[in-house]
Structure formats: C-alpha cells, structure tokens
Design a binder for this molecule. Structure first.
Ligand code: DX5
Ligand code: ZN
Length: 219
C-alpha cells in the first residue's frame, strides 16, 4: 500500500436533498477533503441532475473545495457559469470534447483547477498529449450516469499506468476514481495509486457520514 494520504470526496448525488445543508455540513465535519458534484444533462448520460444554481448554493454552505464533474455534452458552453458559481475544479469528459486542448485552455482561463474524466471504455492514451496541463484525471470505475453501480475492476490497470506516467514525468496531477467505491473496493484503487476517492452511496447511503468517511480512509 502506498503511504500517500488519500483524499475523500463525498459525492452529493447520494445525499438527501431535502436537507442538503445538513448533508454538506456532515461531510465537512466528518473529515471530507472536498465535495464532488455530479452535473448530468440527459444527453451525455441518460440522467439529469442539477446545474450551476445548486453549485452556487453549496458554495454558500461550506469552505470545502468543490469538485465539479460535468457529465454534459459541449461542456465549453457552461465552463464559465460553473466557475462563476464557485467551482474549485471543473472536470470535463474527454468523450464530450471535440477540441480537448481548447476546453482545457478555456477552463484554465477561469482560474480553476482542470480535470479530464475518462469513461471505462476510453483508453488513457487520449489524455497523454495533454497530461501535463491537467490538475486532475478522473478515472470512471462505473459507466457514468447513476450512483450505486458495481465497481469495474478494469479501472485498476488504467490507474496503475497513469500513476507510472505521472510519477515518471514528475507531475503533480492527481488521479481520482469515481464509482462503486466502498471500504471493500477502496484498498484496490489505493494500491493502484489513486489520490482521491469519490464515494456517494458508501458515504450518504446509510449510517453515519463521519463513520463512513473514516471507514473509507482506514480501508
Ligand atoms: C456517477 C457519478 C458518481 C456517483 C458515484 O456517474 O459520477 O460520482 O455519485 O456514486 P457511487 O459512489 O454510489 O457509485
Ligand atoms: Zn462523479
């Protein structure tokens, strides 16, 4: 096991939206390192969640960094709005960008951190040319669109390979994994070399949020 401290990013997708304020506070008090916000447009993925207004609302509730995961088509149309809403990092899907280097530059001009996400079927080679411009690579360990899906072990090879690229090049780019992360699956991705664990169901699904965060951290 690598001894680097892994960050925990609770995904609000699984939170109880009738009391979003309490859920955010529980995550912050429970030791979350950042908050993960899943934006879905019903086109890039079949599901629809929320947009900049909710990001702006969450921004007013917490000092935690907001990690905005855009599962939307033509993300360049909305980058400015999400940055203005208080996102600290904006992650776009490589599959949704015709001009990935252009979108990366656009996010950078907003003075927020830049992430690129890869679906389970997308090889990591697509980001090789832009890797050194990224703060974050988000490796999907489920097909994006819904919480509560089973972890796909095929992400492990991608994480290991990315870890090698990043370390060899001496980059600070972080690797984030998203989908099906539980205390049972977390040790495998930690060992493969991730820096950030995203977890929705495992944190907000049942039980105590702080306890669940601790269980992931100590797994
Ligand atoms: C899925 C989202 C995830 C989701 C993970 O498309 O990107 O962030 O919240 O949910 P769990 O942890 O329940 O698999
Ligand atoms: Zn996500």
């Amino acid at each position: 096991m690598r001894d680097r401290r892994v960050k925990i990013a609770p995904s609000l997708l699984a939170a109880d939206f009738t009391c979003l304020r309490t859920e955010v506070w529980k995550a912050e008090a429970g030791g979350a390192d950042l908050l993960h916000l899943d934006v879905m447009d019903g086109h890039f993925v079949p599901n629809i969640t929320f947009g900049p207004m909710v990001v702006k609302t969450v921004r007013r509730l917490t000092h935690l960094k907001l990690d905005v995961h855009l599962m939307i088509q033509q993300p360049f149309r909305y980058v400015g709005q999400f940055a203005d809403s208080g996102a600290d990092s904006i992650t776009v899907h490589a599959e949704a960008c015709h001009d990935l280097p252009g979108v990366i530059r656009q996010i950078r001009t907003q003075r927020v951190c830049v992430g690129v996400a890869l679906n389970p079927d997308t090889p990591i080679d697509v980001i090789k040319p832009v890797l050194e411009q990224l703060d974050l690579v988000l490796v999907m360990s489920v097909n994006p669109g819904f919480g509560g899906q089973a972890f796909m072990p095929s992400c492990l090879r991608k994480i290991r390979e990315l870890r090698r690229w990043i370390d060899r090049a001496g980059l600070k780019t972080e690797i984030e994994v998203d989908g099906g992360i539980w205390p049972q699956t977390a040790p495998r991705v930690k060992q493969a070399g991730v820096d950030i664990l995203v977890a929705g169901s495992a944190i907000f699904g049942s039980g105590d949020v702080a306890e669940n965060i601790r269980a992931l951290r100590n797994s």
